[in-house]
Design a protein around this ligand. Structure first.
Ligand SMILES: C[S@@+](CC[C@H](N)C(=O)[O-])C[C@H]1O[C@@H](n2cnc3c(N)ncnc32)[C@H](O)[C@@H]1O
Length: 406
C-alpha cells in the first residue's frame, strides 16, 4: 500500500473531486483535462500538489505517458492509491437522449458506444488497468445506469471487476451530504480484490460537518451575500461576514477571509426578462409567467425559468448555466444567480478561485462533483486506505491551509 494516500483525477474539470479528496487528506498527484479554464483553475488553487496538471485530450495521453510524467516525483507518489474520474455526462444525459430521438438517429443497430463521448470512460479503465491502484472511483449522471434498455451500470461494474476490483455502485444524493442542492449522481467505487475490503457509501456528511446533516437550503448558502443588480460585473466587492454564521457558511467562508467578496457577478437581462422574474413567486416556473411576457413555447419550455425557494435546496446546477441561468433565478432579487451564488450552491468555498469567463465559470461549477459530496466519499476511502486514519484531514484543515495559498 502506498504510504500517503494519493489520487490522480481524470477529466478533472474545475476540481470538485480533487478538492474533496484534498480535504480528506489525499495528496493530489496529477490531474488531466483538455479545457484551458479547467487547467487554469486546478493550477491556481494548488489542491494538486506537486502540480502535475496536464492539458491534453486523454485519448492521446494514456497511463504510460502519465507514468513518465510522474517519474520526477518522490517514489511513494509515482503510483497513486486512487484513480478518480468524472467523464463528461452529456452523451448519457436524458436531455442528450431527447435530442438523439428527435434527430431520428436511432436505428436497430444503434449502440450507446457510437457516441464518442460515451466511450471516454474507457480511458478511466485504461488508467486503472495500468496503475492498479488500491481503489478507483468514477462519477456520472444517473442516466448512465440504464441506457435505452442496456444495464450500463452492470456492464461498467463488470468491466471494473474484471480488472481485479470489488465494485459497488450507488446513486448518491448530494443534499444528504451537506450540499444545498438536489443532485443525484451515479458513483462507482472499486476496491482492489487483495484488500479484502468492502466500500459503503456515506449517507451523511463526515463527522466534522455533522451540524450540516439537516438538509441545507438556499438560505443557508447565499442569504449573507450582498444585494446586486443584473449585470453586476465588478469582480471584487465589499463584504461583511454576518455575526452569526450558519454551519454552512462556516464551511464555505472561513473567518480568516477578509472583507472582499469575489465572483459575485451576474448576467445582464433584457427589461422583459426582469419584468417576468418580478412576476414570479418563489418556486414559480415559466408556466406561471403572465402570457403577455412569455417569449418561449410553454409546452416545451415549461420549466425554462425557475425561481429558487429560500427554505429548500436548489434544483440541480448543470453546465447549461453557461448558456443562460434562467433555471436558477434568485429567490428575492430580479436576476439570475451570480457565479458566487452558483459556487456556494455547489459547495465550493469562497477561497477557491474558479478561472475563466463568466460562462466558463458557470460551466465548471455546473459540471463539477460538489466538493462536499466528494469529501464525504473520499473520507470513506481514506479510512480504508490509511488503516489507522492518522493522516486524515478535514474540511476545516483544508480551509486553514488555503489561507497560505490565496
Ligand atoms: C463532468 S466534467 C468533470 C468534473 C470534475 N470531475 C469536477 O469534479 O469538477 C468533465 C470534464 O471532462 C473534460 N473532458 C472532456 N473530454 C475530454 C478528453 N477527451 N480529454 C480530457 N478531458 C476531457 C471536460 O473538459 C470536462 O472538464
Amino acid at each position: 500500500m502506498s504510504k500517503v494516500p494519493s489520487v490522480i483525477d481524470l477529466f478533472a474539470g474545475g476540481g470538485g473531486l480533487s478538492l474533496g479528496f484534498a480535504a480528506a487528506g489525499f495528496i493530489g498527484v496529477a490531474a488531466i483535462d483538455c479545457d484551458q479554464s479547467a487547467v487554469d483553475t486546478l493550477r491556481d488553487n494548488q489542491v494538486i500538489s506537486p502540480p502535475v496538471i496536464i492539458k491534453r485530450d486523454i485519448r492521446r495521453f494514456g497511463p504510460k505517458a502519465m507514468a513518465r510524467r510522474l517519474e520526477n516525483l518522490p517514489k511513494n507518489l509515482r503510483r497513486p492509491s486512487v484513480i478518480a474520474a468524472g467523464p463528461p455526462c452529456q452523451g448519457w444525459s436524458r436531455v442528450g437522449r431527447g435530442k438523439l430521438k428527435s434527430l431520428g438517429r436511432l436505428d436497430p443497430s444503434w449502440s450507446p458506444m457510437r457516441d464518442p463521448r460515451n466511450r471516454l470512460y474507457r480511458s478511466f479503465l485504461g488508467y486503472v488497468s495500468y496503475f492498479k491502484p488500491e481503489a478507483c472511483l468514477m462519477e456520472n449522471v444517473c442516466g448512465m445506469a440504464t441506457y435505452f434498455g442496456r444495464d450500463m451500470a452492470a456492464e461498467i461494474s463488470s468491466e471494473i471487476a474484471e480488472l481485479g476490483y470489488e465494485v459497488k455502485v450507488a446513486e448518491i444524493e448530494a443534499d444528504r451530504l451537506g450540499v444545498p442542492q438536489r443532485r443525484k449522481r451515479l458513483v462507482f467505487v472499486g476496491l482492489r480484490d487483495d484488500l479484502g475490503m468492502r466500500f459503503t457509501f456515506p449517507e451523511t456528511p463526515p463527522e466534522d460537518l455533522k451540524p450540516m446533516s439537516r438538509c441545507q437550503t438556499v438560505k443557508d448558502a447565499i442569504k449573507d451575500l450582498p444585494r446586486i443588480s443584473a449585470g453586476q460585473s465588478r469582480e471584487t466587492i465589499r463584504y461583511r461576514l454576518p455575526e452569526s454564521r450558519s454551519a454552512y457558511l462556516r464551511a464555505v467562508r472561513p473567518a480568516w477571509m477578509d472583507g472582499c467578496l469575489t465572483a459575485h457577478i451576474a448576467r445582464w437581462h433584457r427589461r422583459e426578462d426582469i419584468e417576468s422574474f418580478r412576476s414570479m413567486a418563489q418556486g414559480a416556473t415559466y408556466l406561471d409567467v403572465p402570457a403577455r411576457l412569455r417569449r418561449y413555447r410553454t409546452d416545451i419550455f415549461h420549466d425554462k425559468y425557475r425561481r429558487l425557494v429560500w427554505n429548500e435546496p436548489s434544483p440541480c446546477l448543470t453546465a447549461h448555466l453557461s448558456k443562460d441561468c434562467y433555471s436558477h433565478i434568485h429567490p428575492s432579487q430580479s436576476r439570475t444567480i451570480s457565479v458566487r451564488e452558483a459556487a456556494r450552491l455547489q459547495g465550493f468555498p469562497d477561497w477557491y478561485v474558479i478561472k475563466g469567463s463568466m460562462g466558463d465559470r458557470f460551466r465548471l461549477i455546473g459540471n463539477s462533483v460538489p466538493p462536499l459530496a466528494a469529501y464525504a466519499l473520499a473520507s470513506r476511502l481514506y479510512m480504508i486506505l490509511d488503516g489507522d486514519g492518522k493522516g486524515k484531514s478535514s474540511w476545516r484543515e483544508l480551509s486553514n491551509t488555503a489561507r497560505g495559498i490565496v
